[in-house]
Design a protein around this ligand. Structure first.
Ligand code: GLS
Length: 791
């Protein structure tokens, strides 16, 4: 395709898809026309990949996930097709600002955080590697809520409206519709049973093609939307009861209406269970339909189908697949369990006890009566096969979805080396002892296309000029940068790229928030969901202590810093919202202080999302990865920062451990207790108070909060935070404070030798190639799915 053809294609879509002529087209019209012109280019690789998969009768991967945090798609697709310059030329030539057109696309926030973004990176890698795959999820009408801050600095939540404008990427597939039932009764007859649901909705498919790097392959993201069986109750309408007339539709649509805004917290809500069953059941029906079109022998299922359960959210896939194989296809129960297990894999993403899903037996029995029976039979079978096991799936009136997933999967994986070891030694210790071959590790990764090539064009150009092309899908080639890093000229260019990215970010912050940032200051960034274990409060306490110390000694040699925060708190998570509230008010006070103005600034732009991450990460100097050791399963933001040449200050938690090993301990600012030390330290009832008593800086910071310094004299405002720190401090903020402070001063010290800093930053980039999600997906393909690449 040449620039002229692209231009013609855009004009054609403006006219025939948008119904506009160029003169009257809006930015939206241009964005839609460009999207459709680009989508047209994706069709060829998409069809080619589908045909090749059918022709080779190859095994397919089905990635079942409640969340796909895909963000914007246009810029990524244009880049993967190699059309960036051409598209820019065409759009500019038609009188539009290319950046503004790209920025017009809503950020599809169909996920909460790391778990959902990982699924999106995996889609990109599976398409890049030529792994035949489908992503299956829910087409939420409203993604993660939009965050703003009230005048008092508190988080305000509003519904997110990504589907308000039509979504140019998707294809509606009304022929792929399945009836999904809930409740009702079960009639047993001999070996099988007949489930008669009490209510049902239709699951209708919407397909988005996912094109890989250089368009060698494309897969499908299939999202299910819930629709009523009967849209409208005409009798009720004719009788004048308009509300009743609309009721069936409203009720059905509720199922795919909103994404649960909770990360790492189990939701004991009936609607959530229905959402989980809804998309899992529709996906399995679709998988079996596709299988049966090519095969008549169900025993071949595991050789053609690999189903990955992304966390326990699709865990009902085990019993549902057994039900489909037995009740609907006549397979014998034990054979069905073995067949299902040979297809299924389960990824565990967290050890937090509150996040391990459990459903009450009574709710499960009411919503999915047949599945409850099957779960009990699976439990019995496992107990018979392993009589030494002390616990069971159903216990104390609850169904433990983690145990169910483990027992129904042939492989269970953790998401970083440390996390996998903890999976073995804690939550699944007893099951691991019975099935020692089942747990494997697949350390997370991120797609270098979006997180380096697309979001950091300056650094990408420098890399290509230094080591040549081809690193985008062979990221370990970044090590070839190492000899160049010894060169002062290269380091200067590396530093210049960072400086430019920072200047861009500073412009954006000025425009969004009216705050002027000193672009020569260190940009110190913590962006992620708000959770006590992630310890944004540790960061803000250190900020307060630093502010106090600068005030006492303003002429000392301080490294100027901009502390940047970003992230949302679950609407029901009061403590996390209080931490947000505190950060905003510390920012208000600190930024107004003329004594510290040039040395310390705190900014917290609202509504952090994928698009904002793409803006912030390339402009960061310091990456805050400061979770309580043992609590962050992996992290993936940590990898993106390191890849973009930010240094990490962090604990030995999640994938930080592997990052530090790979980039070298001398290029990483380590602090804090290890996971074992945290457990040991918590045994001392005074672990927090003794740490506070021993640290004048920490007590000074807590005292300032309690004196009303950040709450206009209101001494009780942040009682919830300070009392928790003084009394329980489960996440050991106090015990780690001094170590964190010292590490931050090592950071300051390193910052003064800017050339050395740049050297460390460049080494972080050069040694981060292993964190490509391509490497992760190859691991899944080999260790779990037994699928070979098609390209
Ligand atoms: C999470 C973990 O908290 C992250 O550490 C991890 O990187 C991510 C992807 O594996 O999964 N688990 C979770 O429930 N939400 C996450 O982001």
């Amino acid at each position: 395709m040449n620039a002229n053809e692209l231009r013609e294609s855009i004009l054609r879509h403006l006219e025939f898809s948008q119904g506009k002529d160029l003169a009257h087209s809006s930015t939206f019209d241009m964005r839609m026309a460009l999207t459709l012109a680009i989508r047209d280019r994706v069709i060829e690789p998409w069809f080619r990949a589908t045909r090749a998969t059918y022709a080779a009768q190859s095994k397919r991967v089905y990635y079942l996930s409640m969340e796909f945090l895909i963000g914007r798609l246009l810029e990524d697709a244009v880049m993967n097709l190699g059309l960036t310059e051409m598209a820019q030329e065409a759009v500019t030539g038609l009188g539009f600002d290319f950046r503004a057109v790209l920025d017009d696309e809503p950020d599809a926030a169909l996920g909460n955080g790391g778990l959902g973004r990982l699924a999106a990176c995996f889609l990109d890698s599976m398409s890049t590697l030529g792994c035949p795959a489908y992503g299956y999820g829910i087409r939420y009408e409203h993604g993660l809520f939009r965050q703003s801050f009230g005048p008092d600095g508190r988080q305000v939540e509003d519904a997110e409206e990504w589907l308000r404008q039509s979504h140019g990427w998707e294809f509606e597939r009304p022929e792929a519709s399945f009836r999904i039932g809930f409740g009702g009764s079960v009639a047993e007859s001999g070996r099988s049973a007949v489930w008669t649901p009490e209510s049902a909705v239709m699951a209708k498919a919407f397909d988005t093609p996912v094109v890989g790097w250089q368009a060698k392959w494309a897969n499908t993201l299939r999202l299910w939307s819930a629709e009523p069986l009967r849209a409208f109750d005409l009798a009720a309408f004719n009788a004048g009861d308009f509300t009743a007339a609309a009721a069936p539709e409203a009720l059905a649509r509720t199922i795919s209406r909103v994404l649960y805004p909770d990360d790492t917290t189990a939701q004991g809500k009936e609607l959530r269970l229905k959402q989980e069953f809804f998309f899992t059941a529709a996906s399995l029906r679709d998988i079996l339909r596709r299988f049966s079109a090519e095969n008549s022998d169900l025993s071949a299922l595991p050789s053609r189908v690999a189903i990955q359960m992304n966390d326990t959210h699709p865990a009902i896939a085990g019993p549902e697949l057994v039900r489909l194989l037995t009740d609907e296809r006549g397979m014998e129960f034990e054979t069905a369990v073995d067949t299902a297990r040979a297809c299924l894999g389960y990824t565990n993403h967290t050890l937090l006890p509150e996040a391990l899903e459990r459903w009450s037996e009574s709710l499960m029995g009411a919503v999915l009566p047949r599945h409850m029976q099957i779960i009990e039979r699976i439990d019995d079978l496992h107990a018979r096969q392993h009589p030494t096991r002390k616990s069971s799936i159903v216990e104390n009136g609850e169904v433990k979805m983690g145990d169910l997933s483990f027992i129904m999967a042939h492989r269970v994986n953790g998401v970083s080396a440390l996390h996998t070891e903890l999976v073995k030694s804690t939550v699944f210790a007893d099951l691991h002892a019975l099935h020692p071959e089942r747990i494997v590790n697949e350390t997370n990764g991120v797609t270098p296309r979006r997180w380096l090539k697309g979001s950091n064009p300056g650094l990408s150009t420098l890399i290509t000029e230094t080591i040549g092309e081809g690193w985008e899908d062979d990221l370990e080639r970044l090590v070839e940068l190492e000899p160049a890093i010894e060169d002062r000229a290269f380091r200067d260019r590396f530093a210049a790229v960072k400086a430019k990215n920072k200047a861009h970010l500073a412009d954006w912050v000025k425009g969004e928030m009216g705050i002027a940032l000193n672009p020569d200051a260190m940009f110190d960034v913590q962006i992620k969901r708000f959770h006590e274990y992630k310890r944004q409060h540790l960061n803000i306490l250190e900020t307060i202590a630093l502010w106090q110390e600068i005030r006492q000694n303003p002429t000392a040699d301080w490294a100027p810093r901009v502390k940047i925060f970003g992230g949302k708190a679950a609407p029901g998570y009061v403590m996390a919202k209080e931490i947000i509230h505190l950060i905003n008010n510390v920012a208000r006070v600190v930024n107004a202080d003329p004594l510290t103005r040039d040395l310390l600034t705190v900014v917290y732009p609202a509504n952090y999302n994928v698009t904002m991450a793409e803006r912030l990460i390339p402009a960061s100097d310091l990456s805050e990865q400061i979770s309580t050791a043992g609590k962050e399963a992996s992290g993936t933001g940590n990898m993106k920062f390191s890849l973009n040449g930010a240094l990490t200050i962090g604990t030995l938690d999640g994938a930080n451990v592997e990052i530090r090993e790979l980039v070298g301990p001398e290029n990483f600012f380590l602090f804090g207790m290890t996971a074992d030390e945290v457990v040991e330290r918590r045994r001392h009832p005074d672990h927090a108070s003794s740490a506070i008593a021993a640290s004048p800086r920490l007590s000074g910071a807590i005292d300032a909060i309690e004196a009303g310094t950040f709450s206009e004299g209101d001494r009780g405002m942040y009682r919830m935070i300070t009392q928790n720190l003084r009394a329980h401090d489960y996440f050991t903020v106090c015990a780690d404070f001094d170590s964190y402070w010292d590490a931050q001063r090592r950071v300051d010290h390193a910052w003064f030798d800017r050339d050395h800093w740049t050297r460390m930053a460049a080494l972080n980039c050069a040694r981060s190639g292993w964190f490509s999600s391509d490497r992760t997906i190859k691991g899944y393909m080999n260790d779990i799915w037994n699928v070979t690449p098609m390209i």
